[in-house]
Structure formats: C-alpha cells, structure tokens
Write a protein that binds this ligand. Structure first.
Ligand code: MG
Length: 350
C-alpha cells in the first residue's frame, strides 16, 4: 500500500518539475515542500527524497562528479558497515550464534538484530530470559571486539524498556535502538536517562524539527534519520549538522534497496559526525537484475564511490515488473544462505 502511495505522490509532484532548472535542486525541493498542504509524513517526504536523488544524479553526471561532491565533499574514503538481517532463519541461541560467526567471517565487525521476540509493550519472564540467552550466545560467539546493537522497533513501554536495557548492559552493547514507540520523545528521553546502554532512534522521525526536539530533550545517543523518509540527502545533511552541534553521531537508517543505499552512502561520506553504515546483508536474489551497482566492500567497509552521480543505474523495465510483484519482496522467511547474494556480484570482496 505504501509503495502505491509513494508512486501516486511522485505522479502528483512531477507536473511541478516540468520546465524547471534541474540543477536548482534545493529550490525545487523547497517549492514542492512549501506547496504541499500536508507537508510531512513518510510517503510525501520519501517522494521528495526520490526527486532530490534524481536531480542530484542528473547534476552529478552532467558535472562528472559523484553526488557527495555536490553535498560539500567527502570527510572519509570508506564507511564502516554493520550487518542487519544476518540472523534470518535463526530461532535458537545456537542458531543465532552460528549465523553471527558467519557474518563476522564475511568481514563485518558490527551486527544488529531484534531479539525481542513478540514483545508488545511488556515482556513476560520467559520472553526476557529468551532475549538474554540469545544476546549472551551471540556475544560469546563473536567475542569482545565486535559491536552488537539491538533493535526493539519501538515496541516496549518505558519501565519494560529500562528494565531490558539494564538486564542487557553486561553484554557491552553499542546501542539499543527504538526502545519505545516513536510518537513520544519524552518517553524516549525517560529511557535514555535511566539506561546504562546508549539509545539510538530516529528512523521514524521525518521533519528536522522532530530531530531537533529529540536532540533538545536529550532523548538519544545516536541519531538514525532515514535519508529517504527525512526528505532526501540535503535535508538529512541539515539534520546531521543539527546533531553535530549537540555532539551526537549519525548512524543513518538504511533498510531498503540499492538507490537508497547509494543515497545513504553519499550522505554518510559528506557529514562530519557519521558513525556506522547499515547494510542489509540478506536481500532478494534478483537485486542485481534491477540495478547496476559499482560498490566495493572491503573487510567490513564500503569504499567511497567514484562514478559520477549516485553510481547506481536502474534497469527500468525490470524495476517496473518487480514493483508489481509484491510477493517476491524481501522477507524474514529468507534463509541465511541469501547473505551470499549481498553485496551483489559487482561488489569486490578483498
Ligand atoms: Mg531500526
């Protein structure tokens, strides 16, 4: 449903673009935002992000430079990656541990997952014990030098979130993400104030003012804007600088396809307070049929792209077919074997 809404939003906005100077990227995005009565939300701001990505891709190719050069240039030559979705198919602590070892063997030095079972605001004693046993098994499997992050997906109430942060602190976690539902920043601030583990959040914030509220209320240790949902690379860069004034790092949310991966990568190299890059280590087997990518994955890092524009080319006919084939999307039923399909074949492992 959301895909259809985003497509409809793009169709609504395209008439504004006809005849515009494609290089006046910020002015176009500002006009689209100003002229939208509803102004916000994941659907509208994702459409803005898509248009901005297309405009910057055009401008980068015309100028012969990667998009990060249009964002102010690079701060770094590579980004440290963490793996998500590496755990698909695991049920028992032993299976989680086995998958974690395989992900580390691929070069990852940081792993994230959601071990909170079917938690819904509260967790009973059996659920809490199961979560702790899984985290214990993964920490034991990977040793002390691998970063571990846990994602709650905003499903706990405040006292349960605080209790779980305290119970999981002995496993030396890098962060616990989205402990409470995204609607209340006060609740998030309450958890952070009482958690011995750093708190990450932000993938379901959309407006810069929302990020500023989270920063002002000291609700987060690591900010996670979604470069698409936040309205594009330029808008997310502005959020990054807001965070930098509070000395808060960014670990951008990056959970979907190759275009957003490229957008997140260009943004990540062009901000001073970048922390770590999310990669979806399991993907649909037909990803490489949709796009041509030139990513280089090296010992847990992705190297800065050098191709003009975003560095990812859509194979449009295949994309249209795939977008209508909803049953073939990535899902948690994917087995761990699929980790070998990402990074795609065009990525060179060294
Ligand atoms: Mg998340």
């Amino acid at each position: 449903m959301e895909d259809q809404h985003r497509r409809r939003a793009l169709e609504e906005l395209q008439c504004v673009l006809i005849g515009k100077d494609a290089f006046a990227v910020d002015a176009i995005i500002e006009q689209l935002h100003r002229d939208s009565y509803w102004r916000t939300g994941a659907v509208f701001r994702t459409a803005l992000g898509g248009i901005e990505a297309a405009l910057l891709d055009i401008k980068g190719k015309a100028r012969g430079v990667p998009v990060f050069e249009l964002l102010g240039g690079k701060y770094r030559d590579r980004v440290a990656c963490y793996a998500n979705h590496w755990f698909f198919g695991a049920v028992t602590p032993e299976q989680y541990a086995d998958n974690a070892r395989k992900a580390v063997a691929m070069g990852y030095r940081a792993l994230k997952w959601d071990p909170f079972d079917t938690a819904d605001l509260e967790m009973d004693r059996k659920q809490r014990r199961s979560t702790i046993e899984i985290v214990d098994a993964v920490r034991d499997a990977v040793g002390p030098d691998v970063d571990l992050m846990l994602d709650v997906h905003g499903r706990l109430n405040v006292p349960t979130a605080i209790a779980m942060c305290r119970a999981l602190a002995p496993f030396d976690l890098t962060w616990i993400e989205g402990p409470t539902p995204p609607e209340s920043i006060d609740a998030l601030a309450d958890v952070r104030a009482n958690s011995p583990v750093p708190i990450a959040a932000g993938e379901r914030f959309y407006e810069p003012a929302r990020f500023l509220e989270a920063l002002s209320k000291k609700a987060i240790d690591i900010l996670q804007p979604d470069v698409s949902h936040a309205g594009g690379m330029g808008e997310t860069k502005r959020v990054a600088h807001l965070a930098h004034t509070h000395l808060i790092p960014l670990a951008p949310h990056n959970s979907v396809g190759p275009v957003m991966n490229a957008m997140t990568l260009h943004l990540s190299v062009a901000i001073p307070n970048f922390s770590v890059f999310e990669t979806v280590s399991v993907d649909v087997p037909w990803r490489k049929e949709l796009v041509r990518e030139t990513l280089q994955f090296e010992n847990g890092f992705i190297l800065v792209p050098t191709a003009p524009g975003l560095g990812v080319e859509l194979i449009e006919e295949a994309c249209m077919t795939a977008s209508s084939n909803r049953s073939a999307r990535r899902s948690s039923s994917t087995t761990f074997r699929a980790i070998c399909s990402w990074p795609p074949s065009s990525v060179r492992h060294r």
